[in-house]
Design a binder for this molecule. Structure first.
Ligand SMILES: [Zn+2]
Length: 459
């Protein structure tokens, strides 16, 4: 039981809070806003506690990031103008990720080499804080910010939580609200309410009041806003689709692959790009410095509406050694669905495909299986997404979820059915994978299934 609830505290808030006009407004602002050139955020991940980096399950919306980086990335993109990709990645979210609907979008710029100065836009832990302080944000506002998480507390990156830990994502979402110009709210369900209840998971999802606040500072995103709706990689070219790009003088921003030094500008921009299709398509050669992360389009202009929402990409050609996700993760006894994710590739020679599932009931048995065709059939408490397709379905060895409700499995490419016979994962063969698991606490059929992934194996 948590009897004391430390306040989430922001250093500069003692100076002046500025309430907007209108008696009913419950959010507050600290005055000022982040310019278009200050939308980058980075992480210096030197959290000393293992709880901060427990999440080793990849998610396609956060390519290249695990642990604290993924947690903070999720926290910031919740403030995006548009639903972030397909909106998935956080089963605890009320609705989908990307709820701001303002002319404001954050830019995941990767890892920094240190804590940086108070305007380097880096989140990191700090050894000591004042009594009762969980985290704080230093906000020179228009010139940037710095956010620190106090190491006197245990920070949980999720999805598991320690007994006295705090939700890194939830608190980061609150602190990033300060960075973008919001003060505290009087609405007790708002992310910007000055104290948190429980571990702070509820703060992950911004409320109507927080949305009104970010819209007050940056303006409501209108239909003319620069917007990205997809990105597809073929070879070393990424083609970005969306709306309201300029006919020329566009920029595409990438996440850098390398750790960047604290004082450097982390933005990786390709400039002078033309669009086609009436401002709906931009094709650009992927720069060698780019890594898995996001792309954003900036059309000509310096307004918040001239910079698009972020779109995730691993910069790997879709369908070429990279599986597609499909089907439905039905609600289980945890209150959400359980999802399958992958590591490695659909490459027969690389033989590096692995699976992770999360959102599972804890300590329950299950089995990965695969087949030659997709399906969508009610089965148990969930949906069966894989069928034999005239070839067959094949079970892999039984595994068990851990106390955090996740399971990992590395395919053994040297043993049947993966290596030989009709179930061999050979180049040119097409396979779909899903996880079946026991869920006695849900009742019903006492079992359920994740969503699914698969595709054609390359050499
Ligand atoms: Zn605060």
């Amino acid at each position: 039981m948590r009897s004391l609830i430390p306040p989430v505290f922001c250093l500069t808030l003692t100076a002046a809070l500025i309430w907007p006009a209108g008696e009913l407004a419950a959010f507050s602002t600290i005055g000022g806003s982040l310019s278009q050139s200050q939308r980058d955020f980075r992480v210096y991940n030197n959290f000393s506690d293992a709880n901060s980096n427990e999440n080793t399950v990849e998610h396609p919306n956060f390519p290249g990031a695990l642990g604290a980086e993924m947690s903070i990335w999720k926290a910031c993109v919740e403030w995006s103008s548009r639903t972030y990709s397909d909106g998935t990645g956080d089963p605890a979210q009320n609705g989908s990720l990307g709820s701001g609907d303002a002319d404001f979008d954050p830019y995941w710029a990767g890892n920094a080499s240190g804590v940086g100065n108070s305007n380097d836009n880096i989140m990191s832990p700090v050894n000591s804080c004042g009594a009762g302080v969980l985290a704080y944000c230093e906000t020179p506002i228009s010139n940037g910010w710095r956010i620190r998480f106090c190491e006197g507390h245990t920070w949980d990156d999720g999805p598991g939580y320690s007994l006295f830990g705090y939700c890194l994502q939830g608190v980061a979402c609150h602190e990033y609200g300060h960075a973008l110009g919001l003060g505290h709210s009087t609405v007790n369900i708002a992310t910007m309410y000055p104290t948190i209840s429980g571990s702070g998971i509820g703060q992950r999802s911004i409320s109507d009041d927080d949305i009104a606040g970010v819209q007050y500072v940056y303006g409501t995103a209108d239909s003319n806003k620069c917007e990205v709706t997809g990105a597809e990689v073929v070879g070393n070219t990424i083609t970005i689709s969306g709306n309201n790009f300029s006919s020329n003088s566009n920029e595409v921003w990438f996440t850098r692959a390398a750790v960047t030094s604290t004082g450097s500008n982390p933005r990786l921009r390709v400039q002078g790009l033309s669009s086609s299709g009436g401002g709906t398509t931009i094709a650009v050669t992927i720069p060698s410095e780019a890594g898995p992360g996001v792309v954003m389009v900036k059309r000509s202009g310096s307004g918040g509406d001239d910079l698009s929402n972020p779109w995730p990409t691993d910069l790997i050609e879709e369908g070429l050694c990279d599986p597609d996700y499909y089907c439905t993760a039905a609600v289980n006894s945890t209150g959400g669905g359980a999802y399958i994710a992958h590591g490695g590739t659909l490459s027969a020679s690389a033989a590096d495909l692995s699976f992770d599932c999360y959102g599972l009931p804890a300590n329950q048995y299950g089995v990965f299986y695969y087949g030659a065709a997709q399906s969508s059939t009610a089965f148990g408490n969930g949906v069966r997404c894989v069928s034999a397709g005239g070839v067959g379905t094949f079970r892999l060895p039984v595994v068990q979820s851990g106390s955090l409700g996740s399971v990992s499995y590395v395919l053994d490419f040297n043993s049947p059915p993966v290596s030989s016979g009709p179930g061999a994962l050979s180049a040119g063969s097409t396979w779909y994978f899903q996880y079946w698991y026991r869920d006695p606490q849900a009742g019903g059929a006492n079992f359920n299934l994740t969503d699914a992934l698969g595709g054609t194996f390359c050499p």
